[in-house]
Design a protein around this ligand. Structure first.
Ligand SMILES: Nc1ncnc2c1ncn2[C@@H]1O[C@H](COP(=O)(O)OP(=O)(O)OP(=O)(O)O)[C@@H](O)[C@H]1O
Ligand SMILES: [Mg+2]
Length: 190
């Protein structure tokens, strides 16, 4: 919700997966990592102006998930990473306090896991909140056999993200910018 410091949208889905163990992997030059006591953390800094930023983000995150044995989550997480990073590329305008002449716009991608959940964060330098959809855009009763015909041509990315993730929200960063978050619950009880 704009201006209130964040918005949480609960979505759906629990997933089955073993989610234990520690990881210390290799890293590319712009890739940082830490060892958690019961999960994983990886961070990647990209630049919005690079031609392969979106692909690099989703492929890197997929490699992390594969390393951790979270292959069941790969497809959904890759799509969410693609949408969130695409949004930074397309929409983020750095705050004036962060703007340097000629500088590229930074995209900070993080993946954190704890037992039972995985959290994607995509940070940028724009304090403008994302326009998170509220409620259903399309009535299933109206959609009939052609639901896509009633969907808008734009504004689908966060809708898709909300459908795939269990929760989507954003938080402000200091001294400026924000992070958009997507949480995936992992059901490892069965
Ligand atoms: N990182 C961001 N920074 C600033 N504004 C954003 C950001 N992400 C989303 N928004 C705003 O939220 C709106 C909705 O985003 P969403 O991804 O759903 O749709 P879209 O990017 O406009 O279109 P599509 O994803 O279908 O190509 C955007 O149009 C933009 O105004
Ligand atoms: Mg989008």
């Amino acid at each position: 919700m704009a201006g209130d410091g964040g918005c949480v949208m609960d979505a759906r889905r629990a997933r089955k997966h073993d989610h234990s163990g520690h990881e210390v992997g290799t890293s590319s030059p712009q890739q940082a990592e830490e060892l958690g006591s019961a999960g994983h953390f990886r961070a990647l800094t990209l630049f919005a102006e690079a031609p392969d930023t979106v692909r690099a983000a989703r492929d890197t995150v997929r490699a992390w998930l594969e390393t951790w044995g979270l292959v069941d989550l790969c497809d959904d997480v890759r799509l969410v990473v693609s949408e969130l990073v695409s949004n930074v590329v397309q929409h983020a305008v750095p705050d004036s306090c962060l703007t340097l002449p000629g500088a590229s716009r930074r995209v900070e991608v993080t993946v954190t896991t704890w037992p039972g959940l995985l959290c994607i964060g995509v940070g940028d330098e724009d304090s403008t909140p994302p326009d998170l959809p509220v409620g259903e855009c399309v009535s299933p009763a109206l959609a009939g056999d052609l639901p896509e015909a009633l969907l808008p041509d734009q504004g689908r990315g966060l809708l898709i993200t909300q459908r795939l993730a269990d929760s989507v929200w954003w938080s402000p960063k200091e001294p400026g910018g924000k992070t958009v978050w997507a949480r995936f619950d992992i059901d490892n009880t069965t």
